[in-house]
Write a new protein. Structure first.
Lengths: 120, 190
C-alpha cells in the first residue's frame, strides 16, 4: 500500500501519457488526435507538479508561522507550458477547420483516399 | 498529510477513468465535454499538490478556453467519428512497451513528497528564502514568472502572438478561396 501511495501519481501520469499516445497513433479522426495530444501534455504537467510536492508543505505563498513550502519552480515551468499548450491546440484546430473546408471530412483515411483520386 | 494523499489517490483514479473514456466514446461532443472534465480534475489535483497558480490557469485555459475552441470547431465539422477498420494491435503493442519502460524508470524516482529529493535541495530553497527580500512579492510563483524570469514570459507572449497570427491567417483566407471557387464555377456555367 505504501508503494502504491508513493508511486501512484507517476504511474497515472504514465498511463495518461500512453492513453494520449494511443489516441495520437491509432485514431484517424483529427479532432480525436488533438484531444490525445492535450491528454499527453496534461500528463506531463501532472508529473512535474508531483515532483514539486513536499509532504507537509503548503502552497508557495509566503506567510507568517510557516516554514515548509512546496517547490515553486516546477509550478512556474508548467504555468508557461499550459499557455503554450493552448496556443498549439488552437493552431491545430484552425488547421482542422481548413482541412474540413478543403476535403469535407476530418478522417485521415478518407483524406488519403481523396488525395489518391486527385493524383490519378 | 495522510488525508491529502488519499484525496489525491481518488482524484487521480477519476482522471485515469476519464482518459480511458475519451478513447472509447465515439461522439465527439461527448469527448469535448470529457476533456473539459479531465482538465477540471487535473486542476483539483494541482490544488491538492499545492500548485494553486497552476490550478487557476488549468481551470481557466484547459477547462474553459480549450473546450470552447473544441466546441466551436465541432459546430463546423460535425460530431461523428468514423469507426476505423485499422487494426489496433500494433499501436497497442507500441504503447504498452513504451509504458512498461517508463514504469520501470519510476523505481529510481524519489518517493512522493520526499523533502530530501534532489529537486528540493538545489536552487528552490534560495528562491524561497530570498524572493521577498528581492521583489517584495509574497507569491513566489508570480515573482519568478514576472520578475526573475520576466524575459521568458515576454518570449511566451511572443509565442502566443505567433499562434494567434497563424490562426487568423488560416481562418481569414477561407472567404477569399470560397469566392474564387464561386467565381470559377460561375465562369464554368457561363
Amino acid at each position: 500500500m505504501d508503494l502504491i501511495l508513493s508511486h501512484i501519481n507517476y504511474w497515472v501520469a504514465i498511463a495518461l501519457m500512453m492513453i494520449g499516445f494511443y489516441a495520437l497513433i491509432a485514431r484517424g479522426n483529427l479532432i480525436k488526435t488533438i484531444i490525445g495530444l492535450n491528454i499527453f501534455q496534461a500528463s506531463v504537467f501532472l508529473l512535474y507538479i508531483t515532483f514539486g510536492k513536499v509532504s507537509g508543505g503548503t502552497a508557495p505563498i509566503l506567510q507568517k508561522n510557516t516554514e515548509l513550502y512546496s517547490n515553486p519552480l516546477p509550478h512556474v515551468l508548467i504555468l508557461t507550458a499550459i499557455v503554450v499548450g493552448v496556443a498549439t491546440t488552437s493552431l491545430g484546430l484552425a488547421l482542422v477547420v481548413k482541412i474540413y473546408e478543403s476535403y469535407g471530412t476530418i478522417e485521415e483515411d478518407e483524406i488519403a483516399k481523396l488525395d489518391a483520386q486527385e493524383e490519378n | 498529510m495522510s488525508l491529502e494523499i488519499y484525496i489525491d489517490l481518488i482524484l487521480v483514479i477519476f482522471l485515469a477513468i476519464t482518459g480511458i473514456a475519451v478513447i472509447y466514446v465515439r461522439n465527439l461532443f461527448a469527448v469535448a465535454m470529457l476533456s473539459g472534465i479531465y482538465s477540471l480534475l487535473m486542476a483539483s489535483i494541482f490544488v491538492v499538490l499545492d500548485a494553486v497558480d497552476v490550478a487557476f490557469t488549468e481551470a481557466a485555459v484547459g477547462a474553459g478556453i480549450s473546450t470552447i475552441l473544441m466546441l466551436g470547431v465541432l459546430a463546423i465539422t460535425g460530431n461523428r467519428e468514423k469507426v476505423s477498420n485499422k487494426s489496433p494491435i500494433l499501436p497497442l503493442l507500441i504503447v504498452i512497451c513504451t509504458g512498461a519502460l517508463l514504469v520501470y524508470g519510476t523505481w529510481d524516482l524519489p518517493i512522493f513528497g520526499d523533502p530530501n529529493a534532489p529537486v528540493h535541495t538545489h536552487v528552490a530553497p534560495e528562491y524561497i528564502a530570498n524572493t521577498y527580500k528581492h521583489t517584495g512579492m509574497p507569491n513566489i510563483v508570480t515573482a519568478v514568472l514576472a520578475s526573475y524570469r520576466g524575459y521568458d514570459t515576454l518570449g511566451e507572449v511572443g509565442v502566443i502572438f505567433t499562434a494567434g497570427v497563424g490562426v487568423l491567417l488560416l481562418l481569414s483566407r477561407r472567404k477569399t478561396t470560397n469566392k474564387l471557387n464561386q467565381k470559377s464555377k460561375s465562369e464554368d456555367q457561363s
